[in-house]
Design a protein around this ligand. Structure first.
Ligand SMILES: C[S@@+](CC[C@H](N)C(=O)[O-])C[C@H]1O[C@@H](n2cnc3c(N)ncnc32)[C@H](O)[C@@H]1O
Length: 202
């Protein structure tokens, strides 16, 4: 238990030191005050969904009526769909067409979404934000980085679950590859998300 706690603390410290060193040019996170307290509305979001805080953050930075391309659909899709046009890439048939979204069924092939399907289906779409929240952590999201060419990435990109090391690394490596600033936002001690901003770091 102690080892787990000390790993967690050193991980959070590493995140803080790292982000503090590169985030000088970024808008301070206080521009987006986020509460750590669970709200009454928390129950709208299931354990597999984006957090209430991430939902509020998106509401703050993205005007109503914009379009979100999300990788991975769930209950959060229903909440976002009340304010945005949703396009959901989903690998699992069980989670298709459950919520108001334009679904793209892309089964897992070679460890990630079938890129041939994404290539065909995404090429003519326009969207204002990408939310990387799938596939599941067990399948892995790392191949997003190898397939950036499939996306219009001239939009903000949000990575949920950056409290997990692979998702944290994916966010950082994507920001490095795109040469854009990012920030990791802690919503509670157990949960963070990352955002890559639109502007370049120059
Ligand atoms: C983290 S979830 C995506 C959540 C979604 N973006 C949201 O905010 O609700 C990643 C994947 O888990 C699966 N999933 C979604 N909801 C689930 C649930 N309630 N239980 C188990 N798996 C789920 C789907 O295949 C989905 O693509």
């Amino acid at each position: 238990m102690n080892r787990l706690l000390s790993f967690h603390l050193s991980y959070i410290m590493t995140i803080s030191i790292f982000t503090a060193s590169i985030s000088k040019a970024l808008p301070p996170s206080t521009d987006y005050p986020l509460s750590c307290e669970a709200s009454q509305e928390e129950s709208r979001f299931g354990g597999w969904s984006i957090s209430e805080q991430l939902f509020k953050y998106i509401r703050k930075i993205l005007p109503e009526g914009c379009t979100i391309l999300e990788l991975g659909s769930g209950q959060g899709t229903a909440e976002l769909a009340q304010h945005y046009h949703m396009i959901s890439v989903e690998h699992d048939k069980k989670f298709l067409n459950l919520y108001p979204s334009s679904y793209i069924h892309a089964p897992i092939v070679n460890g990630w979404y079938d890129t041939r399907i994404l290539e065909q289906q995404l090429k003519d779409l326009s969207y204002d934000l990408i939310l990387v929240d799938g596939p599941t952590g067990a399948i892995g999201r790392g191949k997003f980085l190898d397939n950036l060419h499939l996306f219009n990435f001239a939009v903000p990109i949000i990575f949920d679950d950056t409290n997990r090391i692979p998702e944290y690394e994916l966010c950082i490596k994507t920001a490095e590859k795109l040469g854009r600033p990012f920030e990791i936002i802690t919503t509670d001690p157990q949960k963070t998300f990352g955002i890559i901003f639109m502007q370049t770091s120059q």
